[in-house]
Design a protein around this ligand. Structure first.
Ligand code: PGA
Length: 261
């Protein structure tokens, strides 16, 4: 079962996630981080920034792999995930740019971009900790409903719902790319630790489906039920549809002191 931790607010989730990631980097300076874009993980990046400074942790050897990228956006577009990862993660945290990878969404070479990315992740030794948000339609990465649990990094068509949800980053919904390249569910499940974050009422149904619903390709987030080490950090609003909420609170309150996240 995933460990569900209901936190006071987003900042508390950011602190918990960042603490776990910083402990990892302190023990393994060339740790491989699985990076996510969207609004949800931003609190983690800000907490990492503070933690790196306060604890004086050397992050110059940290490696990273982003979950996904839009296909066909110009490389210098501010909403390409390469640009977002550079702006929100690489620069503020002081990571080494050449060690941080994003799937290649340019049309040139798109046929083999997925296989290239899989190979690069495998050669790095695999992702140590993967940050995940969840879409209102239940996607993780850009694995939209129907994605195979055996899927690897490949091109997908975004759902209309996802394009609507992401229109806030673009001039209009029509400007949101139709296609993306995303790590598959099988790629994500190979990471050694999954840290799934969800905030707000709008995510409550998707989160309950992922954590407590039937394991089904129709609900890609439910893939996390197949992973042996998942931590779910949620605020009260996102937790509001969980049936076993009392038990999750009870389990976390009685967590053995020696166990980390
Ligand atoms: P959000 O997106 O963090 O911007 O809500 C999550 C997702 O689509 O995976």
């Amino acid at each position: 079962m995933a460990e569900i931790v209901v936190v006071r607010d987003q900042d508390a989730a950011g602190e918990l996630a960042a603490g776990s990631i910083l402990d990892l980097i302190a023990a393994k300076p060339d740790a491989v981080l699985g990076l996510a874009t969207g609004s949800t993980p931003l609190v983690v990046y800000r907490a990492l920034e503070r933690g790196i400074r306060e604890r004086g942790i050397d992050v110059s050897h940290v490696r990273g792999y982003a979950l996904d990228e839009y296909v066909g956006l110009p490389a210098d577009h501010p909403e390409s995930y390469r640009a977002v990862i550079t702006r929100e993660v690489v620069e503020p945290l002081g990571l080494t740019p050449s060690l941080i990878h994003v799937p290649n969404g340019s049309l040139e070479g798109i046929e083999h971009a997925g296989a290239d990315y899989e190979k690069a992740i495998a050669q790095s030794g695999g992702v140590d900790v993967q940050l995940l948000g969840i879409g209102t339609d239940g996607h993780i990465g850009f694995n939209e409903p129907g994605s195979s649990f055996a899927s690897v990094t490949r091109v997908k068509t975004l759902t209309e719902q996802t394009r609507k949800d992401n229109a806030r980053f673009f001039a209009s919904e029509d400007d949101v790319p139709m296609h993306c390249i995303t790590q598959g569910l099988s790629t994500i499940l190979k990471a050694r630790h999954l840290l799934l974050l969800a905030f707000g009422e709008g995510k409550a149904e998707a989160l309950a489906g992922a954590v407590e619903g039937p394991v089904s390709a129709s609900n890609p987030g439910s893939a996390v039920q197949l992973h042996p080490h998942v931590t779910v950090l949620v605020d009260e609003a996102a937790a509001s549809r969980l049936r076993n909420l009392d038990y999750y609170r009870y389990a976390y309150a009685n967590k053995p002191a020696w166990q980390t996240l």
